[in-house]
Write a protein that binds this ligand. Sequence first.
Ligand code: GAR
Length: 190
Amino acid sequence: MKRIAIFASGSGSNAENIIRYFSNSTKIKVVSVLTNNPNAKVIERAKILNVSSIIFSKLDLYESQDFFDNLIKEVDYIILAGFLWLMPKRIIDQFPQKIINIHPALLPKYGGKGMFGMKVHQSVIDNKEKETGITIHYVNEKYDEGTIIFQKEVNVVWNDTSETVAEKVHQLEYEYYPKVIETVILKDEF
Ligand code: GAR
């Protein structure tokens, strides 16, 4: 059984979708949700699905030996789902090609520090893009620059707003993120 921890900072609709997707899996299990935000809705979503949440501080993530040791002991893969802090080098080095992120645009467009959530969709609208989409990628030490695993496009039409684009992108995320995670993990096994 491969064990996943999901890191999320906010609503956690992707985290919920991933937990549900793997709830009956015999090969992959979501063991915990980790969040930097004590008010994140993801905590409630995880609780309803019987997954424990851990709230951590900057000090925990970047410096604590206990936090680091527990992660290594408890987890095989780290999945970022709306997680807004940069993963520290010590964790990236410990989990090579085992930390995966989803970004709500077609990287390298609309990526980098500060580009998250609605900011991304508003920029897509402001620039009158004809398409946007999702990018699933491995995580390295820079925001949104790790090797791309998967992308999927969706059209942006004349009457789209940042809200309707967000909705379209979320639908792609729900459809593809769990499947891509599953494919990566099961491929590693062989
Ligand atoms: C998702 O759209 C995800 O792609 C995005 O935040 C949203 C979180 O939604 N991530 C980023 O922008 C990372 N740069 P959720 O909390 O409902 O899953």
